[in-house]
Design a protein. Structure first.
Length: 136
């Protein structure tokens, strides 16, 4: 029996579901009782399986992106403690996630580059498209 024949339609469907939910191939393999070797062998020989795998990964990454966007724009509640007891919450936002989302969507505008005015300083800055001299 070949490794491909051990993959029932139900096992394939569950494998893709778990990847889409978790983004974790190892977890998906455990859910269907298959080995990494079997999965990658089937991926290499079955274009439809490979395409569905890629779609499942894209679904998982879309969920991550949506959560990053939510944390950057809507924020998240972080508990505040006093003397070991939770006494309230503070709303936090993630500037770093906002930066990563902008770089992902408009890398030409928000790419990291060395600051020409501080050539000895290796820090990275975000380009804004605004001329520092104000004349352009």
């Amino acid at each position: 029996m070949t490794s491909a024949s051990r993959w029932t339609p139900g096992a394939k469907r569950r494998f893709f579901e778990v990847i889409a939910e978790t983004g974790n191939v190892s977890e998906a393999l455990r859910a269907v009782g298959r080995s990494r070797r079997q999965a990658y062998r089937l991926r290499a020989t079955d274009a439809e399986f490979a395409a569905r795998w890629d779609e499942a990964v894209d679904t998982a990454v879309d969920a991550l992106e949506a959560e990053a966007r939510r944390r950057a724009l809507d924020g998240y509640d972080e508990p505040v403690f006093y003397r070991g007891r939770e006494c309230g919450q503070v709303r936090r936002y993630s500037d770093r996630l906002m930066e990563l989302l902008l770089r992902g969507q408009r890398p030409e505008r928000y790419r990291a580059r060395a600051d020409p005015e501080a050539a000895s300083d290796p820090t990275l800055i975000i380009t804004t498209g605004i001329d520092r001299d104000g004349d352009g």
